[in-house]
Design a protein around this ligand. Structure first.
Ligand code: PEP
Ligand code: MG
Length: 326
């Protein structure tokens, strides 16, 4: 129940001065696809695929995955669907995988680290299903790799991509290599963003993890909740650096952490230069309405001041002043 009813924009929106900003939804269940559509999302900016692997006895096979990815593409035949490869470990255990007991799972074997190691077989099956889904029918399929920390991990993931494509080719199975991207959610990835961006078509900033790792403040720990705020100057500067690196290397750049769904931060995010924002479906109408009121030049000028702020209070003060001037 929202306090005010915001109109649903089914069409893509632009800022007041005509810059297109893609507004997509984050989903983690097939049932959420229709809701994303109903709220006017242009596509899916983050499809968390863990649901396929949870609450079951064994991993889903290629056909089951293929069908799940096709369903997403069919829901958005004119939009982009960004599927994240399996991100387990950390806060996302899977009983049948026999994950190691780690003292610090968030700093342990999670995301791409498992896909390039103990879960290589799952990774290959998932890529096969994705490449087959990308070949059929309408829609633009993209895939991105989670928790990347080094360019070498990306090189290894891209080698797997090549190998899977060659195998499908040899087997005479229809496939297409989707648009490829990397999630920026570790400080290592921020500092390596130029080298990462030059190898892929896009970057997507995961501010939930990026904030936790930049501030060294765990996601579920209430005692450090105050530190874990993406409006902190260190986090904003990490985001800004990532966006510059993407654009200098001809990659587009989006954001799919919770931060992207806060309409009070939309002007800041557009001013920073993001091309796409992906969020919970419920916030799509509000963010689309906000984008339409933004002047990109003013937003960029305001960002310069926000990036110079040395404390979170100054950042918040600047954001609030800018929002009330709209
Ligand atoms: C993130 O880390 O910001 C993100 C979008 O991924 P998840 O919340 O699934 O870790
Ligand atoms: Mg994450």
């Amino acid at each position: 129940q929202t306090a005010h009813q915001v109109e649903i924009h089914e069409e893509a929106v632009t800022t007041a001065d005509g810059t297109g900003i893609e507004i997509a939804a984050n989903v983690g269940q097939p049932a959420e696809l229709e809701d994303a559509k109903a709220q006017g999302a242009d596509g899916i900016g983050l499809y968390r695929t863990e649901f396929l692997f949870l609450d079951r006895e064994q991993a889903p096979d290629e056909t089951e995955q293929y069908e799940a990815y096709r369903e997403a593409l069919e829901t958005f035949p004119d939009g982009r669907v960004v599927v994240r490869t399996l991100d387990i470990g950390g806060d996302k255990p899977i009983p049948y995988l026999d994950l190691p007991e780690e003292e610090n799972p968030f700093l342990g074997e999670r995301g791409i680290r498992r896909s390039l190691g103990p879960d290589a077989d799952l990774f290959e099956t998932q890529l096969r299903a994705l490449f087959r889904a990308a070949a059929d029918g309408d829609g633009c399929l993209s895939i991105m790799f989670p928790v990347v920390a080094t360019p070498k991990e990306l090189v290894a993931a891209l080698e797997t991509v090549e190998r899977i494509a060659n195998t499908l080719e040899e087997e005479g199975i229809d496939y297409a290599i989707p648009e490829l991207g990397v999630m920026i959610e570790t400080p290592g990835a921020v500092f390596a963003a130029p080298e990462l961006a030059e190898q892929v078509e896009f970057l997507s900033i995961g501010t939930n993890d990026l904030t936790q790792y930049v501030m060294a403040a765990a996601r579920e720990n209430e005692r450090v909740a105050d530190l874990r705020d993406p409006r902190r100057p260190a986090v904003l500067r990490a985001i800004s650096r990532t966006i510059k690196a993407a654009h200098e290397n001809d990659a587009w750049v989006g954001m799919c952490g919770e931060m992207a769904g806060n309409p009070e931060l939309t002007e800041l995010l557009v001013g920073l230069g993001l091309d796409e924002l992906s969020m919970s479906a419920v916030t799509v109408p509000d963010v689309k309405a906000t984008v339409q009121s933004i002047d990109t030049e003013t937003a960029a000028e305001n960002v310069t001041r926000a990036l110079e702020a040395s404390t979170r209070d100054h950042v918040i003060d600047r954001i609030q002043r800018n929002n009330s001037n709209q």
